[in-house]
Design a protein around this ligand. Structure first.
Ligand code: FPP
Length: 248
């Protein structure tokens, strides 16, 4: 039990995924350009990463850039990509000092060269870290991920490397970007929107969903702790009755 936060550290979600939303509206409310919201959003990324690592949550996944985000004005897309590069360079030391491994999911081959390079550097430099895996979903779309998996499965079957009759759920999961991670047990979305927006559709089959009106730049350690406490107040049934759960 972590008495300061009121969190039972023996019942933590092993994987928390977050849809970071509301940077633009937060900036507008402050009379500032959208990029100002993203810059402050980075502070929340830092606070939440620290909070998750301190509690002992082994996997944290953040939706940083969707395949649809390319449709934003190019000025904003460029600013986001630059922010990513700068943040990774600036925070690499922090990741190393705190034994955090950086990982990405999504089609990173489409990212600008400089962004892809700095990501690769940080991923390589943190590859052996054990305390927590911080995954950034970049140019990510769940339907794209599942289509890619279907393509790879069909290809393997056509080459005789995979028997369609033996394809089960675990085998499908092996073809997803998340093959090395447990499924998220908690999905958080900020800014008062009640959508999944094409994020981890396969993986959140049993996740608890937590929606908060707080805009991402205002989502810090306290708000993260509240989401975990809310998760711990819920009963996870997996389709079973309460009586069945009591006997286990
Ligand atoms: C959603 O707010 C936020 C994003 C699309 C980008 C999130 C990116 C960051 C916080 C910076 C990335 C940096 C790292 C290190 C991961 P929005 O722009 O959709 O806000 P709105 O819905 O109010 O317009």
């Amino acid at each position: 039990m972590d008495f300061k936060s009121g969190i039972d550290t023996a019942r933590l979600p092993q994987h928390v995924a977050i849809i970071m939303d509301g940077n633009g509206r937060w900036a507008k409310a402050h009379g500032k350009p959208r990029v100002f919201g993203h810059r402050n959003g980075v502070r929340s990324v830092k606070a939440v990463t620290e909070a998750a690592a301190e509690l002992g949550i082994p996997y944290l996944t953040l939706y940083a850039f969707s395949t649809e985000n390319w449709n934003r004005p190019s000025r904003e897309v460029n600013a986001l990509m630059q922010l990513l590069v700068r943040t990774i360079r600036r925070e690499l030391r922090t990741l190393q000092d705190n034994d955090i491994r950086l990982h990405t999911i999504g089609d990173t081959s489409r990212l600008p060269v400089q962004t892809a390079n700095s990501l690769q550097e940080a991923i390589a430099a943190t590859r052996n870290h054990q305390r927590m895996t911080l995954t950034l979903a970049l140019n990510y779309s769940a339907r794209q991920e599942m289509t890619r998996a279907a393509r790879m499965i069909a290809h393997a079957a056509s080459e005789g490397k995979l028997d369609p009759a033996h394809l089960d759920e675990a085998a499908v999961a092996d073809f997803l970007y998340t093959s090395t991670m447990p499924d998220p047990e908690l999905l958080i979305r900020t800014s008062g929107e009640f959508r999944i927006s094409n994020f981890l559709l396969w993986q959140i089959a049993y996740a608890e969903l937590y929606f908060t009106p707080v805009m991402w730049p205002d989502f810090g350690k306290d708000q993260f702790h509240e989401a975990i406490r809310d998760y711990q107040r819920r009963e996870r049934r997996f389709g079973k009755t309460s009586e069945q759960l009591m006997t286990h």
